[in-house]
Design a protein around this ligand. Sequence first.
Ligand SMILES: NC(=O)c1ccc[n+]([C@@H]2O[C@H](COP(=O)([O-])OP(=O)(O)OC[C@H]3O[C@@H](n4cnc5c(N)ncnc54)[C@H](OP(=O)(O)O)[C@@H]3O)[C@@H](O)[C@H]2O)c1
Length: 255
Amino acid sequence: MKKSVLVTGARENTTGFAIAKRFAEEGYDVFITSRHAESAQAAAEKITAITGRFAKGYALSAFDEGDVKTVFEDIRANGYLLDTLVCNAANLGIRQDTLTVDIKDFMDVINTNVGWNFMLARAAALQMKEKGGGAVVFINSNTAYRAIPSRCAYSASKGGMLAMSRALALDLGKYNIRSNCVLPGMIKTERWENNYNDCRNAPSNFTPLGDIASFEDIANAAWYLGSDQSRNTTGAELVVDGGNMIQLYPIIPEK
Ligand SMILES: NC(=O)c1ccc[n+]([C@@H]2O[C@H](COP(=O)([O-])OP(=O)(O)OC[C@H]3O[C@@H](n4cnc5c(N)ncnc54)[C@H](OP(=O)(O)O)[C@@H]3O)[C@@H](O)[C@H]2O)c1
């Protein structure tokens, strides 16, 4: 049967797109989501143009389980039972001052990054169980372990995601369904490219390896954990942060 992957938050020029492209290059057919239908469709067409694989985009926003079910019903209607789910989309919860953040904004981050991803993982697991196995990969963050300023909800959501991934690994192992996390540090996103000076000076840029992750670095890790390459690995974490997290503090050159 055909191999397929669903990657959330995978419009062009993003981490998610690189992950979807990597799976397509390995022979998977690809389903991707964005909150915007046109972005999802454009990304799917690009994947097909680059790799020749079937690809389809869906508009999907947190936090409606009905919408999630509709996507999975359509995947089935297209003749697929999903092999791999990569939960990449995230509410980044940037600049949420701890003493003043509106609790609704705080909970939006938790609901998206934990609740919505649970809905996706459960819907995927139902198809994977029917197929005889599968893999869920959560694109997490090293902020699950190390705090950064004004990101309380984001850190809490990523810590919750780690625990959820282990719990899923435990409950779903008997169906040959694996659940694992990739923990990036800083990634060279458009935000990094467009804000080069600030990001260049961010302490998280000063890693033992002297570099931060490219989209492809994250895609390689997602491919490993989401494919049979890691068939005996579940409930695990793969940190992709240039060694950022092992430091007590970053060594920032004087100049
Ligand atoms: N960038 C970093 O330095 C970094 C570091 C550590 C971990 N990460 C993790 O790596 C993953 C990718 O990060 P990124 O920086 O590349 O992220 P991003 O592009 O800013 O976000 C990923 C995608 O998530 C979707 N999204 C954003 N807010 C959303 C919301 N409230 N509800 C539903 N979807 C939403 C967006 O897709 P649409 O706009 O197309 O809907 C976006 O393209 C995330 O899980 C992030 O937490 C990133």
